[in-house]
Design a protein around this ligand. Structure first.
Ligand code: AR6
Length: 173
């Protein structure tokens, strides 16, 4: 089945979904932006699990995703994915960002996640163009079919992304 798509402007750490996605970096040890907010609000449990994952598999490659519990957050899980740093290579960057959405959704499915909230990966500190990032996000979520995952909530934090997503989702209807 195709997924339901919802759009909100919010702080993702406040969302009570089965899983929220984190725009992490390869170290998995936290950082600024949404990553910093998730680790701050979620507490040390998330970092401890990230360290365990690192000890097991090493760093998380760009486009890949790993999962931890959500510590003190209202969500059940955090799916950490590493978006591409924008370097002007549209083809490679788009492929890697698409992989973030594909791999996060696949991992969610494998953990029986029904509702997943996703931020605008790579569009902050990693400087990916917002319009292109939204096009990729909406396309990948639109193409994903699942018997388990029912709903994706796109969580925008800035007004510009919210407007872009509103328009793109309207165009889809
Ligand atoms: N809730 C939802 N979205 C948020 C929040 C929040 N609390 N805070 C920021 N955003 P960014 P990136 C939005 O920079 O570009 C970190 O240091 C923000 O407005 O968080 O993938 C990592 O460790 C933007 O639209 O992630 C990496 O080093 C979106 O989240 C690096 O930043 C992504 O912005 C990753 O950079």
């Amino acid at each position: 089945m195709k997924l339901d798509i919802e759009l909100i402007k919010a702080d993702i750490t406040k969302i009570k979904a089965d899983a929220i996605v984190n725009a992490a970096n390869p170290s998995l040890l936290g950082g600024g932006g949404v990553d910093g907010a998730i680790h701050r609000a979620g507490g040390k449990q998330i970092l401890e699990e990230c360290i365990e994952i690192r000890n097991r598999q090493g760093k998380c490659k760009t486009g890949e995703a790993v999962i931890t519990s959500a510590g003190n957050l209202p969500a059940k899980y955090v799916i950490h994915t590493v978006g591409p740093v924008w370097n002007g290579d549209e083809k490679k960057g788009s492929e890697l960002l698409a992989n973030c959405y594909k791999n996060s959704l696949k991992l969610a499915e494998s953990m029986n996640v029904k509702i997943i909230a996703i931020p605008n990966i790579s569009t902050g500190i990693y400087r990916f163009p917002k319009e292109l990032a939204a096009e990729i996000a909406v396309r990948e979520v639109g193409n994903f079919q699942s018997k388990i995952v029912e709903k994706v909530i796109f969580v925008c934090f800035d007004e510009e992304n919210e407007e872009i997503y509103k328009r793109r989702l309207k165009e889809r209807q």
